[in-house]
Design a protein around this ligand. Structure first.
Ligand SMILES: NC(=O)c1ccc[n+]([C@@H]2O[C@H](COP(=O)([O-])OP(=O)(O)OC[C@H]3O[C@@H](n4cnc5c(N)ncnc54)[C@H](O)[C@@H]3O)[C@@H](O)[C@H]2O)c1
Length: 259
């Protein structure tokens, strides 16, 4: 039987190591029959290439700093030559400087905030716009979200960036709908990745999550998120766009426990 993504060409950004959410997405997409390309940038690319070697077949790793328009352009050219089209784009990129996270909300200055917003929210639009001409009706863009409807400990300006990303995804869904492109987000529970370990105080959230999520939650297992993203890349959500799917053990649907 064919896989969910048989024959699809998918670009997965954001793979660093095997803990990366994007690694699960890439691995599961391959298992489901997709051809995958990864992207990484600067010094991180060595780590990404090492991770890519663990995949079968080993995917190419394209140079892509999402904040560099020239990188987006050359990725579009590469994919056009390589595949002639793109069926799926996974945005799994986020960054905020240290002074914009971890309890520094009131003291963070604009250059750090701007960096967080550009890398973590605007980049979804920059990438989608730069690659849209390779995408045919039915293609899918998926980004990774952390629930931005409330304020969290330590998440600070990254939380604001996620709120901007949620809105960006809705506007992209509006403007790319006429081309038949879908734009959706998966809102994940907390996962122990390199990016998460850079947010001091974020681990506080993990314990609460595990206790309060009706299905429970394992911060060491990105597989459920990987599966959801792979399914959104498939043809099985043909009428869904501008949506946020929670893959968080059900945590978002619960009220606070009464102390
Ligand atoms: N870990 C969590 O708890 C959690 C929860 C919900 C959502 N997310 C989101 O999942 C996504 C992936 O993060 P992760 O937790 O797997 O961590 P990760 O550290 O494995 O991945 C973050 C990626 O962003 C990339 N990146 C940073 N700046 C970039 C730039 N300028 N250009 C290109 N790439 C850049 C890094 O190279 C890295 O590959 C992020 O959007 C993150 O916000 C994470």
């Amino acid at each position: 039987m064919g896989g969910l993504l048989e024959g699809k060409k998918v670009l997965v950004t954001g793979v660093l190591d095997r803990r990366s959410i994007a690694y699960s997405i890439a691995r599961i997409s391959q298992e489901q029959g997709a051809d995958i390309a990864l992207s990484s940038f600067g010094r991180a690319a060595n780590l990404t290439r090492r991770t890519a070697k663990r995949m079968d077949p080993e995917p190419p790793v394209l140079e892509l700093d999402v904040n560099k328009p020239e990188d987006i352009k050359s990725v579009a050219e590469d994919l056009s030559e390589r595949w002639g089209r793109l069926d799926g784009l996974v945005h799994a990129v986020a960054f905020a400087p240290e002074d914009a996270l971890g309890g520094n909300f009131l003291s963070a200055e604009w250059p750090s905030v701007a960096m967080a917003l550009q890398t973590s929210a605007y980049s979804l639009a920059a990438l989608a716009t730069g690659l849209k001409d390779l995408m045919e009706p039915g293609s899918s863009i998926v980004g990774l979200d952390f629930d931005a409807s409330v304020a969290w400990p330590a998440y600070d300006w990254m939380g604001v960036a996620k709120a901007a990303m949620e809105s960006t995804a809705r506007y992209l869904a509006r403007d790319l709908g006429e081309k038949g492109l879908r734009v959706n987000l998966v809102s994940a529970g907390p996962l122990k990745t390199l990016a998460a370990s850079g947010i001091s105080g974020f681990e506080e959230i993990e314990g609460v999550w595990g206790r309060q999520a009706p299905l429970g939650w394992k911060a060491t297992n990105p597989e459920p998120v990987g599966r959801a993203v792979a399914s959104l890349l498939s043809d099985w959500w043909p009428a869904t766009t501008g949506e946020i799917i929670h893959v968080d053990g059900g945590y978002h649907a619960m009220g606070s426990p009464i102390k």
